[in-house]
Design a protein around this ligand. Structure first.
Ligand code: GGG
Length: 340
């Protein structure tokens, strides 16, 4: 039986609550599917910084590096020192953020199904900020290599989808060199994938069109900060941040995390929605299934996704979705569906 070492970062705030829930759900997936998952903690975040002086201790980085994949909860104010750093250090260059209407979840339209492919290692998120005489200068890094590989990743993803449409979102009319380079790389990739229809959109227009006609999008490829912003908007279109999953993919390793933050306003109340991290766990099983050519893992992912969808459709909801279930009760509903 294949066995996978999974590093687990519970993070801060609601991170502890939703990660506990995801581990319980994955335990059930494991028993039902025969996919063995071996979890090792990799502590990081605000609380770890306060306790050890380091937001991402070397020991945690070693655990993550030694694992097959990492499941991560949100961290608080230390996002730059933890997840943004991990993406760069481990070269997890593609951030995949799906937005899909889920039956039973109130959303803008019932037929939304698109994916944001966000460049994950460069842009203003390199954190190159310098104090100068009269303020601060921030450097936006855009390389040919990063643009080319994220564009290629988006077209490859589109090839596996029904609509086969990529829109490159940027602001090349203002940031002529950096967004200009990104736009050129996307056009070059488009020429290599004639089966995929390609268009470009300025980020401000994209923000508007996501509300005006979200069902018209299929694959959005964009730069790091634009992708971060648009993916929160995308999550809201289909029910909110509580149910939004994501994958940080490199060529050989990946970290899976909910899109939401540590939500200090509801932390400790036991009402955080475990669906975002559970769908991220689902993406992790799918990725393990594909990268290790392990059909059992792929089947386990499908079973988990179906169980989450059935639970929600039957009315199991936390307060963010208009329900009254606690994180614990919502977890039990998903586990019950898995056992059915
Ligand atoms: N807006 C949701 C949120 O707070 N997400 C956590 C976050 O900011 N992560 C950093 C990132 O995705 O770049």
């Amino acid at each position: 039986m294949a066995s996978y070492a999974i590093s687990v970062m519970e993070g801060d705030g609601v991170g502890k609550e939703v990660t506990r829930s995801a581990l319980e759900i994955l335990g059930s997936v494991s028993s039902a599917s025969g996919v063995s998952l071996d979890f090792t903690p990799a502590p990081a975040g605000d609380a770890v910084l306060a306790g050890t002086g380091e937001a991402l201790p070397q020991q945690s980085l070693s655990v993550i590096r030694g694992s097959d994949a990492c499941l991560k909860g949100p961290v608080g104010e230390t996002a730059a020192a933890v997840i943004v750093k991990l993406r760069q250090v481990l070269d997890l260059y593609a951030n995949i953020r799906p937005a899909k209407s889920m039956p039973g979840v109130p959303c803008l339209r019932p037929d939304i199904d698109f994916v944001i492919v966000r460049e994950n290692t460069e842009d203003l998120y390199r954190g190159l900020e310098f104090e100068v005489a009269d303020g601060v200068v921030a450097m936006r890094v855009t390389t040919t290599k990063a643009c080319a590989r994220i564009a290629d990743r988006a077209f490859r993803l589109a090839m596996g989808r029904k609509a086969k449409k990529v829109v490159a979102v940027h602001k090349a009319n203002v940031m002529r060199k950096s967004c200009g380079l990104f736009s050129s790389a996307c056009r070059e990739a488009a020429a290599r994938y004639p089966a995929v229809s390609f268009s470009e959109m300025y980020v401000d227009a994209a923000a508007m069109n996501l509300i005006r006609s979200p069902e018209s999008f299929d694959v959005i490829v964009t730069t790091n900060m634009f992708g971060d912003i648009l993916s929160d908007e995308a999550a809201q279109l289909v029910g909110g941040l509580g149910i939004a999953p994501s994958a940080n993919l490199g060529d050989k390793f990946a970290i899976f995390e909910p899109v939401h933050g540590s939500a200090p306003d509801i932390a400790g109340k036991g009402i955080a929605n475990p669906v975002g991290i559970s769908l991220s766990a689902c993406m992790m099983l799918e990725w393990l299934g594909e990268s290790r050519e392990d059909r059992k893992c792929g089947d386990a992912a499908s079973a988990l996704r179906a169980a989450i969808e059935r639970a929600v459709q039957k009315g199991a909801k936390t307060p963010d979705l208009g329900g009254s279930l606690t994180t614990e009760k919502m977890t039990r509903e998903i586990v019950a569906e898995l056992r059915r």
